[in-house]
Design a protein around this ligand. Sequence first.
Ligand code: URA
Length: 434
Amino acid sequence: MNVVDLIRKKRDGKALEKDEIELLISGYTKNKIPDYQFSAFLMSAYLRGMNSKETSYLTNAMLYSGIVLNLDSIPGVKIDKHSTGGVGDKTSLIIAPIAAAAGVKVPMISGRGLGHTGGTLDKLESIPGFRTNLSISEYKRILNKCGAVLIGQTKDIAPADKMIYALRDVTATVESIPLITSSIMSKKLAEGIDGLVLDVKTGNGAFMKKEKDAVALADSLISTAKAFNKKVIAFITNMDQPLGNYIGNWLEVYESILILKGEKRNDLYELCITLAGTMIFLGEKAKTQEQGESIAEELMSNGKAYQKFIEIVNAQGGDIGFIKNPEKYPKPSYKKVIKSSVNGYLKSVNTFELGMAAVELGAGRMKKEDKIDPKAGIIFNYKIGDKIKEGDVIAELFSDKKKSILHVEKRFNNLVEFSDKKIGPPKLIKKIIN
Ligand code: URA
């Protein structure tokens, strides 16, 4: 078998065999297949699709590219959550401490920004000193001590996803059900979890724009989780506008602090209660999902979830001085304020382009080697259905790059649409599948 033959086979729409997929994954992770050949394979898989057998071979090959952790020595039910990616989606930073404060163990392996969406690792690393590259023994020690730990794929855990994820980010090969399924499940199954809550996004800021595709992705993720005997519940949630109001790495940590301290209530808060409540239920700390949600609300209002966040940040080397006094965080060189030129109701947001605008400001990568600017991003003040008057501040832009901020400012008005007529807010949670 040679790699060119395998790329050609997929390019021509034929299904690959188990050993062929294993050869591609082990060849790439051992640096025997170069980026340009693997990119060609990814694009062929993206365009031609993969059947459920190929998807499960791919997930397995990626999972066993590294080790599968055994967390039996750590007491408690281990539950994680994963989102398929959106704009302003910072739920992991909020729900991991909530679930841990409820007594659930949360071993979380996350990814970096992907395409127009942000990534949990980049957000956490915007906290000076925060380490996401822990050794396995540190990972276990912090999980046992704090109840939650948040790391990235490593050379030992899900190394294939670490490499393929970075390549997909810059080769326009993200929005594919088999590639997303294998990416998410290879990390999640390696963590040593008992159960998983899935947040599958749909809408113009999601990888799955249509609800039926999001449901198909959820089905694919659920059947993989079940094949490995994991408890699983999936939510299909709206991504037709950013989640919360802050987009960009440190900005999202800042909004998470506000939510955890009970200083802000919005759609982000609502979704966090649902997801954390479900984790608490799957983690056997509540008899029902509703009871889990009440526990989550209580842990937010009594300050225990915020305290847990501080504990986790501290344990992973982050400077908690910036969490307690966020106003001390370095400021970006440039700021621009976008004001409304009309009176009306916010009708729609081009969420994909808003995510791309944040990338352009420095919050994401255009090339693999690009460095993230943790200060860059956008505060988007309104939600669909909100009444806006002429002169109201719709958004604030932050960047160290003058040319980029001027470019985003110039085209910002094309990203939002207004209506004269009153508009209802979109439904946040569209479906639950379990
Ligand atoms: N999240 C992941 O971990 N992988 C994907 O491919 C998309 C979202």
